[in-house]
Ligand binder design. Structure first.
Ligand code: UD1
Ligand code: MG
Length: 485
């Protein structure tokens, strides 16, 4: 099907969002990896409009700043005072005075609207040659919404909840603030709006009555799923809409072949890519531009931000940000991979390991309780438990390079900048301050001193002294002591 031509999209995003009780403008609140406004623009961009006009007002600087990042080509229309939805659309139309053709109006706070629903609306509108076609929804509870007034099936107007009479309040078909208009009749009707209503505002909804009264063709079409038009007006609705968005994302992944053990505790942002035959265990959260390859198993209780996970890798109970985890690599539990951590094929960052700007070669292992900061570890090397890559001298960060098939003994302190050559060893407990040539053993620790009989002399009468005395008497004597009544 060829795409219907769409002259413009107008997004209403000037409202204050008072009920959010936030210093952040409502449309900038995040939901599954995008702002509310970002979700709306993603749906409208898919329709290929000639122009997108975003009406801004409250929190204008913040909204404009955000638009520069996510939609730099959008036209910004400034509505200095929020004098109603009709006034907002009038402001938008005044910003693009040359515009002719079909205009789609959408609110900035309905992130669940899909491109498919909008495409259907525009298709119907153009097919009918209507002056206006409104997207409606039949809600189980229509409280708060404008009600759609019909006469013999035709749409005659919309009445706001506050202006409705008892009979009108029983109507369950509501206005969604999504409309397709023809620019010409829309401009004329907008110029006729009054503020003669309960809120003293120019209502966009009144445009429908005005067009109908002047014998224009006005149509209405109910959305397939009413949940799509749920708006976010407060934080409770933000959470409720967030769960619906999460369910939608997980549903798509599961149908694409991803196992999601517990959708109720799994959160995946909208731009995350998870390949078929990956498994997400309970408590998995995948954020931003994270990618997961086939066969990888993530979780339980894992957070990945902008992280890529290779095929058949295993990430347990860990937090990783801007990390690259190679195929068949193993991470966790309780491990923190910070930006710039890169694990090669089959590499390991085991339990209680923290890494930052660290390159770990294929098959290299950091199995336990270590900090690896600003380091390169060659393939096949093993880093003993409790090793610290000491990268900070109090003023600057320095790098450590460990070659291939190196064995770093447990509790080694590698004082950067330092280099350990291929195949070298360090003795456990060493403090390495000088480069270690390939194949060498570096021992950097004090020789052990043993003071015989020290406990008997310095700690007489303690349980330690008693045990020492029993040991001195020999194992047979100690056992006989035990058996004495
Ligand atoms: C509006 C409709 C109502 C419909 C409901 C669906 C009107 C008068 N009422 O009510 O029939 O059932 O949406 O959600 O249109 N905005 C501006 N400038 C303004 C006022 C609002 O840009 O001066 C923007 C808001 O930021 C928001 C959108 O318009 O994105 C809708 O405004 P809102 O105040 O939420 O209208 P509702 O009371 O929900
Ligand atoms: Mg609203």
């Amino acid at each position: 099907m060829t795409e219907a031509r769409l002259a413009a999209v107008v997004v209403l995003a000037a409202g204050e969002g008072k009920r959010m009780r936030s210093t952040t403008p409502k449309v900038l609140h995040p939901l599954c990896g995008r702002s509310l406004l970002g979700h709306v623009l993603a749906a409208t961009d898919a329709l290929g409009p000639d122009r997108t006009v975003v009406v801004v007002g409250r929190g204008r600087d913040q909204v404009e700043g955000h638009l520069e990042t996510i939609a730099p080509s959008a036209v910004v229309a400034v509505q200095p005072e929020q004098r109603g939805t009709g006034h907002a659309v009038r402001t938008a139309m005044d910003t693009v005075p040359d515009l002719v053709g079909t205009v789609l109006v959408v609110p900035g706070d309905t992130p669940l609207l899909t491109a498919a629903s909008l495409r259907n609306l525009i298709g119907l509108h153009q097919h009918l040659g209507a002056a206006a076609t409104l997207l409606t929804a039949v809600l189980p509870d229509p409280t708060g919404y404008g009600r759609v007034l019909r006469a013999g099936g035709a749409v005659r107007g919309i009445v706001e909840q506050r202006d409705a009479d008892a009979a009108q309040l029983t109507i369950t078909e509501v206005a969604t603030s999504v409309y397709a208009f023809e620019a010409g009749p829309l401009r004329t009707a907008l110029s006729e709006l009054s503020t003669d209503n309960a809120q003293g505002e120019e209502y966009l909804t009144d445009v429908i009555g005005i067009l109908s009264d002047s014998s224009h063709n006005v149509a209405g079409s109910a959305v397939a799923e009413w949940q799509q038009v749920l708006g976010v007006n407060d934080r409770a609705q933000l959470a409720a809409v967030g769960q619906l968005m999460r369910d939608r994302i997980l549903q798509r992944l599961m149908l694409d072949g991803v196992t999601v053990i517990d959708p109720g505790t799994t959160w995946v942002d909208i731009e995350v890519e998870v390949q078929p035959d990956a498994t997400l265990l309970p408590g998995t959260r995948l954020y931003a531009l994270t990618t997961v390859a086939p066969g990888a198993v993530i979780g339980p209780d894992t957070t990945l931000i902008d992280t890529s996970v290779g095929a058949d890798a295993r990430v347990r109970a860990s937090t990783c940000e801007r990390a690259v985890i190679g195929p068949e690599a193993i991470v966790g539990p309780y491990t923190y991979l910070r930006p710039g951590s890169r694990l090669g094929r089959g590499a390991k960052a085991g339990g209680f390991v923290e890494m930052k700007a660290a390159e770990v070669g294929d098959g290299a292992k950091v199995p336990h309780l270590s900090y690896v900061g600003d380091a390169t570890i060659g393939p096949g090397s093993n880093i003993g438990a409790s090793t610290v890559f000491v990268n900070y001298d109090g003023q600057a960060k320095h790098r450590t390079t460990v070659g291939a098939n190196v064995r770093i003994g447990s509790d080694t302190m590698l004082i950067a900048p330092v280099e350990v050559g291929d195949g070298a060893y360090t003795a456990a407990g060493s403090v390495i301050t000088e480069d270690v040539p390939p194949g060498a053993l570096a021992v950097g620790r004090a020789r052990q001193r043993t003071v015989l009989g020290w406990v008997r002399r310095a700690r007489p009468g303690t349980s330690s002294a008693e045990s020492a005395a029993a040991a001195a008497a020999g194992p047979a004597a100690a056992a006989a002591d035990e058996e004495r009544p």
